[in-house]
Design a protein around this ligand. Structure first.
Ligand SMILES: [Zn+2]
Length: 902
């Protein structure tokens, strides 16, 4: 196909036809879509955009189109590659060069420089990961069109010296939902903004998944990184509507010291080129050195893989409608005072879709021009970053994951994530010693002297966040996102940092597989599965579905010389049980034991089928993540609809889970029927009657599980005997819900954008961010925690393990006549509670409760005060949630009853 096109275009040139004759075959976007891209009120739809890109690929020798997979909801995920026909013809060689420079071990400096001259930088551009940021995908149409048809020397220079990788939408599902909704509500009184999550599971958090790789779209983008090894990634976003018009790099502290300095300078080079080009066209409102930081890898995988991440954030219109200053169309949009990092204010009072398209267009071409002009330098620097990592010779040298772990499943998942993130993993053939510790054969070693050393290091080490304040002793400067990502702590896996070279007999692993654990012979009495692995919950869900009775021991015991912890799962032997346990063990490394005689232990009989309801308020991200989590664990959950409240709740649910962000008003009021038509009925509120019905369902025997700030909802619902111990925040950045569909700019993080003088800053601090007198601040960190593993809700937990805490609350128990409360976990009585990340106000947390279990009438409530399932990344604490779910409807059984296992 491709070479035919090349020959044809050569033929056309040879015949003496003007190149314009070729271009004429390609329709202008205005003709193809029926409106000028960027016209008020008009948005090109995703399927039509794909048609257009395919047309470009068919008719231009500069464009190739590839469908690389399908998204969560089954839409095509597309990559278009745009470059000169000559470059497209030698893509294999160019990709080979990228791979060689990415891993320069054994490559001489001279050879690397020669490859850099031969190669061409790949610029990976994508838009609309956040689907309400609708402008940028429109821009991509105009960018692709220009590159396909323009015969100017500037475009020739770009095509010859850059390979542009374009993903027209990084979240096609949401783009379809948002744009379809926009058209469907045209001319109605309904809200024009799609009211629910625009990514089926992650919502606006879909760009916080760049280290856990949970979502299909993340993995599809990652495949591009792994396969093509681009030199730059540009992530196009939009923000609020007032203040600056576009944020470009460079950004601001803090920056993760694992990010190579050349990448920070690379960001600055492209950002400065963008700013200059915009200002040259008279486009005001360009700001740099502001708001966005370089800390969490959750948003910026690229910065740990040799690429500057170019983030542009353009001001938003009202979706496709103009944003007009409500105070007057002649007045500037928010603060517009010139300063060094904002040299040309934007003084108009209106901002339209067309402005977004124009700003994005100029910025992208400025970036492409910069990369094209300094092509060889970009390739050389890509090499230098990786050379410095593979030549690393300083502490820490490595991280070791011992083969001796509590949870083989999460250990496997941790290694699989690193491997997917391009990290090399070795396994020891024999026992060895490192850092004074002895490790068994089969332990895994992650050497930092490797191409992806930066990613490995930032994911495995403890984060020490700089104590950034507005002034000494003053309020904290908020980070853009969370401050800790230490993977071992998040996942419940012991990982050791090693500060000396590791000398061991190691084998490089090409793939990561779960540890093989042989099944025991069919036992005389029952199968035993310890409570330490999360995989046991997957087994429990499958066993319940197959109708296999399930028990848990309430104390520790010994069997066949092995010690079993409280909470051990006891399963009567049957062909179904054996098959299910063997299958789960094969996929997860779950350890299954067998006993020929009943242990002398009492316990619990689980319900035949635990029926789980998930409260998913519209647009609630923790609820979306929970949906994903429950599906992974095959809980067969039901999402609660306001319509259920017509019937008896106990007919449907044993357990109801309230994710963070489930407030009383979301339960009672929900979506307004005046603003949202019938298809949203499930999310309309249940009213005060429904609220009382929910409380009664608990007292009658239901189990309510509340996470994060939903704990205060549960407390209000049932008058639980706990009270918060931390000061309430007046407003919080990065709220758990996707209420503000755009990136910060209107939220508290926008503070740094809006202040123009110290007086303004102080006023804003007083009103909007954190009270300067506030003693407590924890924007997303891992904090130390003590558990009671003898309590059913903490079965399988170690006595100490960190929990994730983000603008959450801690509690103290208060007296109650009728409700019994038991503390399951608490913050230790210590002077430093930080395991990783940043915390101010340590003393307020000391000795306070986090997880509490209540008996309320015939029912029960479990409150998880901090976000123990945050973005499904906190796998080390999933057990608390799953225990609460499975334990709720159990009944206690004596040792004699348990011995019968019937
Ligand atoms: Zn965004």
């Amino acid at each position: 196909m491709h070479s035919t096109r090349l020959i044809l275009s050569v033929l056309v040139l040879w015949l003496g036809l003007a190149p314009a004759a070729v271009a004429q075959e390609i329709p202008h976007p205005t003709d193809f879509f029926g409106f000028e891209i960027g016209t008020d009120g008009e948005l090109a739809r995703y399927p039509k955009i794909l048609e257009y890109l395919q047309l470009l690929a068919d008719r231009s020798g500069r464009v190739e189109y590839e469908e690389r997979g399908t998204t969560t909801l089954g839409n095509p995920y597309v990559l278009t590659t745009i470059s000169s026909p000559g470059n497209l013809a030698r893509m294999d060689r160019l990709v080979e060069i990228n791979h060689r420079l990415n891993d320069p071990r054994g490559l001489s400096n001279a050879d690397a420089m020669a490859l850099a001259r031969e190669g061409v930088p790949f610029y990976f551009l994508y838009a609309t990961i956040h689907s309400t940021e609708v402008g940028n995908t429109q821009t991509i149409i105009t960018i692709a069109h220009r590159l396909a048809v323009d015969e100017s020397p500037e475009i020739a220079e770009i095509l010859d010296n850059v390979v542009l990788l374009v993903v027209p939408s990084q979240n096609p599902d949401g783009q379809v939902l948002v744009v379809d909704h926009w058209y469907e509500t045209q001319g109605t009184a309904y809200s024009r903004t799609y009211p629910d999550l625009y990514h089926h599971y992650a919502g606006h958090d879909d760009n916080r998944d760049w280290f856990m790789f949970t979502q299909k779209e993340t993995r599809l983008a990652l495949d591009i990184h792994r396969e093509l090894k681009p030199q730059v990634t540009h992530d196009m976003h939009q923000m609020g509507s007032t203040g600056a018009r576009i944020f470009v790099p460079p950004f601001q502290d803090p920056h993760d010291p694992n990010i190579h300095p050349l990448l920070i300078e690379g960001q600055a080079q492209i950002g400065t080129a963008m700013a200059a080009a915009l200002i040259a066209e008279g486009k005001g409102g360009v700001v740099s050195h502001q708001q966005y930081d370089l800390w969490a890898p959750a948003r910026q995988y690229m910065l740990y893989h040799g690429q500057p991440r170019i983030l542009t954030e353009i001001a938003s219109a009202r979706l496709a409608d103009p944003f007009v200053n409500p105070a007057g169309a002649d007045l500037p949009l928010g603060p517009q005072q010139a300063r060094l990092n904002f040299p040309l204010p934007y003084n108009r009072g209106t901002w339209r879709l067309g402005d977004i398209v124009d700003y994005g267009f100029t910025a992208v071409f400025a970036a492409l021009g910069q990369v094209a002009k300094y092509r060889t330098t970009w390739m050389e620097n890509y090499y230098r970053v990786h050379r410095d990592w593979v030549d690393r010779d300083e502490a820490p040298y490595a991280f070791i994951v011992s083969a001796d772990q509590r949870d083989p499943f999460e250990t496997y998942e941790l290694l699989e994530l690193l491997h997917t993130g391009e990290v090399e993993i070795h396994q020891a053939r024999r026992p060895f010693t490192a850092g004074g510790e002895h490790y068994p054969a089969g332990s895994w070693v992650i050497q930092l002297a490797q191409p992806a050393g930066a990613f490995a290091k930032t994911m495995l080490e403890q984060q020490v966040y700089p104590d950034l304040r507005y002034y000494p002793g003053g309020p904290p400067i908020p980070p853009y996102d969370v401050t800790a990502q230490t993977l071992g702590m998040l996942m419940g896996v012991d990982v050791d940092q090693i500060d000396e070279p590791v000398l061991a007999d190691l084998e490089l692993l090409n793939e990561i597989t779960p540890r093989h654990m042989p099944m025991p012979p069919a036992p005389g009495w029952g199968y035993l599965v310890g409570p330490e692995s999360n995989a046991a919950f997957l087994a429990a869900a499958r066993l319940q579905r197959a109708g296999v009775p399930l028990y848990r021991a309430s104390d520790g015991f010994e069997s066949n010389g092995r010690a079993y912890a409280p909470g051990t799962w006891l399963v009567p032997p049957s062909r179904d049980a054996a098959e299910i346990l063997e299958g789960v063990s094969r996929d997860t490394g779950l350890v299954v034991g067998g006993a020929d005689e009943a242990p002398d232990v009492a316990g619990f009989r689980l319900r035949a089928q635990t029926r789980v309801g998930l409260w998913r308020a519209a647009n609630n991200m923790p609820g979306g993540w929970m949906r994903w989590l429950f599906e992974q664990y095959e809980l067969g959950h039901i999402e609660i609809s306001s319509l259920d409240f017509d019937g008896d709740l106990s007919d449907k649910y044993d357990v109801i889970v309230l994710p963070a962000g489930t407030t009383r008003s979301r339960i009672v009021s929900g979506l307004d029927p005046e603003r949202h038509d019938e298809i949203w009925r499930w999310a309309y509120g249940v009213g005060d009657t429904g609220w009382r019905k929910l409380a009664q369902w608990v007292r009658d025997g239901g189990t309510l599980v509340a996470l994060g700030n939903a704990v205060s909802t549960a407390r209000e619902l049932l008058d639980l005997p706990i009270e918060p111990v931390l000061p309430e925040r007046r407003s919080r950045p990065g709220a758990a819900t996707q209420d503000s569909p755009r990136d910060a700019g209107t939220d508290t993080a926008g503070l740094r954008e809006t202040f123009q003088s110290p007086a303004q800053l102080l006023a804003a601090l007083r009103d909007r961010v954190v009270e300067p007198t506030s003693l407590f601040y924890c924007p997303g960190s891992l904090l130390k925690q003590e558990f009671n593993p003898n309590h059913p809700i903490a079965y399988g937990m170690p006595e100490r393990w960190p929990v994730f805490f983000r603008f959450d609350q801690a509690y103290r128990l208060t007296p109650s006549f009728d409700i019994v409360a038991e503390t399951v976990s608490r913050y230790p009585d210590e002077a430093d509670l930080v395991a990783s990340g940043w915390l101010l106000g340590n003393d307020l947390l000391r000795n306070q409760a986090n997880v509490v279990a209540f008996t309320v009438g015939n029912g029960s409530v479990v409150t998880l005060g901090s976000q123990l399932a945050f973005r499904t990344q906190t796998r080390g604490t999933f057990k608390l949630l799953f225990n609460a779910i499975f334990q709720g409807p159990t009944e206690t059984v004596s040792a004699r009853e348990l011995a019968r296992l019937d």
